[in-house]
Design a protein around this ligand. Structure first.
Ligand code: UDP
Length: 459
């Protein structure tokens, strides 16, 4: 109610002075509280309201109210576009709990605004948090044991245009910089300059332990039969001759590439182009295939193995034509075993971190095909910084076409550029082994962390 009331009062002001029509759009789980309905029903006719379809309250009961609100907002987002499209909207003003709705507005070309219900003092503090975090040393503000009294800063914090504030008066979550360190699954030799820079910057605030690469060493999959099909197939191939194609545990290709960015355009399916590119290259492959979906991360959230057959999305005759050349595995393969097999010579990956580390551990050079999240960032690291990968270029329509795919596969498997990439990857594999050796950087960082933990009083 503390958010609803100022929102409707703001709406009234707008209607009164500027003759607008306002719709309050409200996400709920379960039926809306009586008090909320009373406020909304008493509004003038030029302010109406819409309750979005109630979302599931699964898992919300025991959560903090702020988290309940934020999750309800997120779960309600899919029904928001329909409401926005049903009327001519000139602006969408969202509450701080509804930040995700800003993107929905943007996609529909509706100008997005935030109604920040607190004051300018709070906004000043929040908007300057990164700077404060950088400049204020931890010793003074750190509350190591939740509940203990905070050490106060010697000087009050001065925010431009605001009254100086003592650190004891800052909101609790800001005072409570409880984490003392961060453990990273990387190693010095892999990201030396980034780790060193972080160490220098963060040294005054918290410790950093690069302890990696930590990867799976074997399979704990129950599906050994499917796994062994892959491995048996690899046993019959030549050394380093097979390209492994896999988009992680849930990544899928879109029906029409880059739909997320270019909603209105229609392209041939990316899956089709990848299939024909593999075929055109003439190189051996194992492809872990999932059905296309325009949400590239969909299978992380739902099990798709029961209700579809990914092979149905392949180009006509592809499986028969590539019988001697490749193996298409629906849904899942034993990736670590495939990467450790001597016949595997390349990996076309979606660039999530585990896949990258597993590839480094086995010295397999890469083709990068990022789909979402941090994967594009990782692709740049692999391709431009570490030079252990080749990256196909999307055409002007945002699609990786078959010729480009075939060219990059050939590039990796036989050409000069591939040889360079292989040699860099070999170097990284050796560096990874060194990092994990008895006196390697990761082993030392682990020992340092262990010794720090040992010397802590136990509670
Ligand atoms: N994985 C696998 N078989 C598959 C797909 C994925 O064994 O067919 C494993 C892979 O070896 C890795 C993990 O699942 O350990 C995927 O993690 P990653 O960070 O690479 O990708 P994510 O699934 O988180 O996007």
């Amino acid at each position: 109610m503390g958010h609803l009331i100022p929102f409707v009062e703001f709406a009234k002001l707008f209607v009164l002075h500027h003759d607008f029509h306002i719709t309050c759009i409200i996400p709920v789980f379960g039926s809306p509280p009586k008090a909320m309905k009373e406020v909304l029903e008493a509004l003038p006719t030029s302010i109406d309201h819409v309750f979005l379809p109630p979302v599931s309250s699964d898992g919300l009961e025991s959560l903090h109210p702020e988290v309940q609100i934020a999750v309800t907002m997120t779960r309600s987002l899919p029904s928001l576009p329909e409401v926005l499209k049903s009327t001519r909207v000139t602006a969408l003003v969202v509450d701080v709990f509804g930040m995700d709705a800003l993107h929905v507005a943007k996609e529909l070309n509706i100008p997005p605004y935030i109604y920040f219900l607190a004051n300018a003092f709070s906004l000043s503090l929040l908007s300057r948090l990164p700077k404060i975090d950088e400049t204020v040393s931890c010793e003074n503000t750190l509350r190591k044991i939740p509940g203990a009294t905070t050490g106060d800063l010697p000087e009050p914090l001065k925010l431009p245009g605001c009254i100086p504030i003592h650190s004891r008066d800052l909101p609790d979550p800001i005072q409570d910089r409880t984490a003392e360190g961060i453990i990273l699954n990387t190693f010095m030799e892999l990201e030396e300059s980034a780790v060193k820079a972080l160490l220098e910057e963060e040294a005054k605030n918290l410790s950093l332990y690069p302890i990696g690469p930590i990867t799976r060493t074997g399979s704990n999959s129950s599906n050994q039969v499917e796994g062994s099909v892959c491995l048996r197939w690899l046993d019959n191939q030549q050394h380093g001759s097979v390209l492994f194609v896999c988009f992680g545990s849930g990544g899928t290709l879109s029906y029409e590439q880059i739909v997320e960015f270019r909603n209105s355009l229609k392209f041939p399916t990316q899956i089709n182009e990848l299939a024909l590119g593999l075929e055109l290259s003439g190189y051996k492959f194992i492809w872990v295939l999932r059905s296309p979906n325009n949400k590239s991360s969909i299978t992380y959230l739902s099990d798709q193995t029961h209700d579809n057959n990914p092979l149905a999305f392949l180009p006509k005759g592809f499986v028969e034509r590539t019988k001697g050349q490749g193996l298409v595995v629906p849904f899942w393969a034993l990736q670590v075993q495939v990467l450790s097999h001597s016949s595997t010579g390349g990996f076309l990956t979606h660039c999530s971190w585990n896949s990258i580390l597993e590839s480094i551990t086995h010295g397999i050079p890469l083709i990068t095909w990022p789909l979402f999240a941090k994967q594009r960032l990782n692709a740049v690291l692999l391709d431009e910084d570490l030079k252990v990968a080749l990256r196909p270029k999307a055409n002007e329509k945002g699609l990786m076409d078959r010729e480009e795919i075939a060219k990059v596969i050939k590039g990796l498997m036989v050409r000069v550029e591939g040889k360079k990439v292989k040699s860099h990857m070999k170097g990284l594999k050796i560096a990874a082994e060194r990092a994990l050796s008895a006196d390697g950087s990761s082993t030392e960082a682990l020992a340092e962390f262990a010794s720090y933990c040992t010397n802590q009083p136990s509670f």
